[in-house]
Design a protein around this ligand. Sequence first.
Ligand code: ATP
Length: 256
Amino acid sequence: MKKNNPNIVEVKSLFKKYGDIYAVKGISFEVPEGEIFGMLGPNGAGKTTTIEIIEGMRKADSGTTFINGLNTLNNQKKIKQIIGVQLQQNAFFEYLNLFEIIDLYANLYGKKINPSDLLFKVELSEKEKSKFKELSGGQKQRLSIAIALVNDPYVLFLDEPTTGLDPQARRHVWNLIKNIKSEGRTIIMTTHYMEEAEELCDRVAIIDSGKIIALDSPSNLIDKLIKKGFKSKRSIKKASLDDVFLDLTGQELRDT
Ligand code: ATP
């Protein structure tokens, strides 16, 4: 891909209203290539609306978004070729098997790929011949990430990629996301799990009531809080209940 800008994603002064409610009130940020950028914030803060505007799935009232220097509004065809979007799960074809689903999406993009390779990457090789409706929640999440990768995208958008998953499945998705980053792709994701943001994100924007109220690396944000004199009420132990769970039940996926 010809690089037009060191910041592969640029968001400038986005505003979006639904009826009388301002969902997004002047959001601006930039994401350099190869970063995992997290969007955190309470329910209804405006994260999904912002992501959908950047993807070109929703129109802002004002403001501009650029991907690789291209204004997303005027270049929708080109943008579609370079981004991957994790679709909502009800968008899939219940009666096709996983190989056929991947093949179908690859054809829609005019890409020649081997669906088995992509299914291997997301640890679904054994389910190649299974139907979508026969998958567990974790398997469905991994399939939706595989589908977002069919066009070999430069920027991947993941909206709550591990919601509802058990600790093993969550860690497998984390490893998958790290592998995708190591291929040089940029990832913009939302999550409500702070340990997930800490583990994966180079930087996070904390969004509240449609505005970014903090933007930095997780480590810097924690340091700033401690500098303000914050004292945790919890006693910090060397292991967590999550560690206990994984020690007792193992790291392997349970839904294969
Ligand atoms: P969550 O963490 O719950 O997914 P979010 O941060 O992604 O929340 P949004 O889904 O962007 O938040 O919603 C922001 C605000 O806009 C909320 O008040 C929501 O009710 C409203 N909203 C979102 N989509 C629509 C819509 N299609 N029509 C009307 N209002 C909407």
